[in-house]
Design a protein around this ligand. Structure first.
Ligand SMILES: *Cc1c(COP(=O)(O)O)cnc(C)c1O
Length: 402
């Protein structure tokens, strides 16, 4: 008899040693390349989750590997008490390719939104007094899991159990200009929204919605904050999603694909907000280390110079067409929506069984909201890979017919 205790599996150990905050899929992933990942048994998957809209250049991208290797040998971290070149280069690249004039680096989407909320509050406080501090955000929105970003998130199931959340947040329905207009009073300092709601189920703005929000903000002297954490960095076929709609915000937040998997967030704003965040007003230990910004600089350069943003537009249009084909064929598919390579497919039923069937067939997809399949693959995805997924979905849907 072997009296050595059998080593626990990775999945058993996760349940033993970690909080069970995630309802994980029963796979242990060990390797990735391009749009493919492999599990510990050697099974291959085509990845249409992309680390939740993070791995824009795919897995094991040589762009990332090279920047990581070079910078890790040179300088990893020194704190923001000192200047470092990769950070400044990345800030300059972001400014030169956006509406913005100033950048603050942090480590995540939630932190970028925290910075945006703090900046808006402080600006309003300095210019209009402390009474003007309310942030209007949208029902069905998602802005993060910290207390402030949770307070700005318009989904009860995510907020449940954390009361009292921060005061000074109110919600209005997305795509509803009259409701927004009605909600604005002398206490409101900013409007915060995702140009396309990602976690909310890939909800796109109506044609003139963002323009009308911008106009309202101008008239009432409110700051407009766009959370582009999920939809920014080329995913929609433009570097930033708001470019499709002919408007610019005062503040924008980025994270997810900004580091292709290294933790980095950024809060960008116009020059008029520069003085509000002066020395000592906000800070972070890790935000914008030479290591992550060197990688992010390389990722952004590749997105801009190697044609990936146009590729995302074309691949996304092709993908959407294929999904529309499925919608026409299966009446339990209610709607296909999205822009570029953030696409949602709404079913008339929970989509978890579809996600499970996809996993069995070697495809990573997930749901945003119970009935919406969301596809956010690496931007480098090829039409042939899209064909493989849509063929699998066709097989799965065929079985669901009866
Ligand atoms: C993912 C996401 C966040 C939160 O980002 P974290 O890095 O998980 O903190 C915020 N806003 C939007 C729109 C997101 O999709």
């Amino acid at each position: 008899m072997n009296n050595v205790q059998k080593e626990k599996s990775t999945m058993e150990m996760a349940d033993t040693y970690m909080f069970t905050t995630y309802g994980r899929f029963p796979v242990v992933l060990v390797r990735g390349e391009g749009c493919r990942v492999w599990d510990e048994n050697g099974k291959e998957y085509l990845d249409f989750v992309g680390g939740i809209a993070v791995c824009a250049l795919g897995h094991s991208s040589p762009v990332v590997t090279q920047a990581l290797d070079e910078q890790s040998r040179r300088l990893v971290h020194v704190s923001n008490l000192y200047y470092t070149r990769p950070q400044v280069d990345l800030a300059r690249l972001l400014v030169e390719n956006s509406f913005a004039d100033r950048v603050f680096f942090c480590n995540s989407g939630a932190e970028a939104n925290e910075a945006a909320l703090k900046l808006a509050r402080r600006y309003a406080n300095e210019n209009f007094g402390p009474n003007r501090h309310v942030i209007l955000s949208m029902t069905n929105s998602f802005h993060g899991r910290t207390m402030a970003t949770l307070s700005a998130t318009g989904q009860d199931k995510i907020r449940a159990g954390y009361d009292p959340l921060l005061s000074g947040f109110r919600f209005v329905p997305f795509n509803d200009v009259p409701a927004l207009e009605q909600a604005i009073d002398e206490t409101v300092c900013a409007v915060m929204l995702e140009p396309i709601q990602g976690e909310g189920g890939v909800i796109c703005p109506d044609a003139d919605y963002l323009k009308r929000v911008r106009t309202l903000c101008n008239e009432r002297r409110l700051l407009l904050i766009f959370d582009e954490v999920q939809v920014g960095m080329g995913r929609t076929g433009r570097l930033f999603a708001h470019e499709h709609f002919g408007v610019t915000p005062d503040i924008m937040t980025l994270a997810k694909a900004l580091g292709n998997g290294l933790p980095i967030g950024a809060m960008l704003a116009t020059e008029s907000l520069g003085p509000v965040f002066g020395p000592g007003s906000h800070a972070t230990t890790f935000g914008g280390t030479p290591l992550v910004t060197a990688v992010s600089r390389a990722v952004l350069s590749s997105l801009l110079n190697d044609g990936w943003i146009d590729h995302a537009a074309n691949a996304g249009a092709y993908f959407k067409e294929q999904l529309e084909g499925l919608r026409r064929k299966y009446d339990f598919v209610k709607e296909v929506r999205g822009l570029g390579l953030i696409l949602g497919m709404e079913l008339d039923r929970p989509c978890a069984p579809v996600v499970t069937a996809c996993l069995e067939q070697g495809f990573l997809v997930n749901c945003a909201q119970e009935k919406v399949l969301r596809f956010v693959p690496p931007l480098i995805v090829q039409d042939a890979e899209i064909d493989q997924l849509t063929a699998a979905l066709g097989r799965i849907f065929e079985k669901m017919k009866d």
